[in-house]
Design a binder for this molecule. Sequence first.
Ligand SMILES: [Zn+2]
Length: 390
Amino acid sequence: MAGYRELLARVKEEIDEISAVEAHERHAQPEPPLFVDVRETDEWEEGHIPGAIYTGRGRLEQRIEGLVPDKSRPLVVYCSAGSRSAFAAKALADLGYESVVNLAGGFSDWKRNGYETTIPRVLTPEQRSRYSRHLLIPEVGEEGQQRLLDARVLLVGAGGLGSPASLYLAAAGVGTLGIVDGDVVDESNLQRQIVHSTDRLGEPKVASAKRTIEALNPDVNVVPFEERLTSENVERILEGGWDVIIDGADNFPTRYLVNDASVWHGIPVVHGSIYRFEGQATVFAPGAGPCYRCLFPTPPPPELAPSCAEGGVLGVLPGIIGSLQANEALKLILARGDTLVGRLLLFDALGTTLDEVQVRRDPYCPVCGDSPTITEYVDYVEFCATPVRS
Ligand SMILES: [Zn+2]
């Protein structure tokens, strides 16, 4: 049986090593290798190499493929002195990573050379417990959770779609939720708008939603806009600087305003709509795919728009579509997975089927096309006195 020193020496013969000086040079390259920190959590929290990702040695094999799916990506593995990471580098090579080097001398040498380090913000014990199921998945983890806490999502509408979307985003720890809605809670809303409740009848929806969300998660700051989105207020509302917009609007004029504003501000919109038993969802990401006007350049003429009396909807349907919207928003914030950019998802609640159609950016689109013809906000007239409820 080989002793530890013998084993370490043998492993070191099988891996490539670089010095702190060389690691620092590579770190400064325009496309630096990915630094992987395999120390204990408390060591990481005291400081680490900027841009490094963290995965403790104990779970390295289990987590690394989720964190670094591309096995050709060059990796620099480090621990405090270069021994634990030597074994880690060997394990990564065994897993098929093609370009792995060990930082000889580890983080200690890096620091001794006076190179830059980062002290990560850490979650409080309460947050660690609240978000523990996120921390367990490598695609979120502590860094992802911090991203969520820093994120700002604007929900247009606190109705059927905005209810589940806001609740799940709040539960997930999205730190700031703006909510735009000028309505008050009505009895007929409660069949599907689950962020509200019977004791809120007559209360502004934004106030009701704020109470429910803040009771669910004190980490979330709700910014209420008790108004209907118009060409007059859209710029002021967007001033807050939002990472993602969730469109849960219940009428065409608002959808077009949201679309045009998002294109001009470069903010992705997670779109959802519902009608009776049918729901749709997609992501309009300016520059990366089509916008709403690529699909529907102008609103339908009033005689073709669904009449108000027909605006019924199965109560759970907005729950499903709004949850899909929350899912897309979380992925956009985390920059993980494939979003619905360029894909329109169609859900049929009666048949329980899910279909998707490809949607493309239209170079002749009046807003995001190559020669836009619409360059100012348009206020379309509401089609009916009581709009179709989301
Ligand atoms: Zn477009």
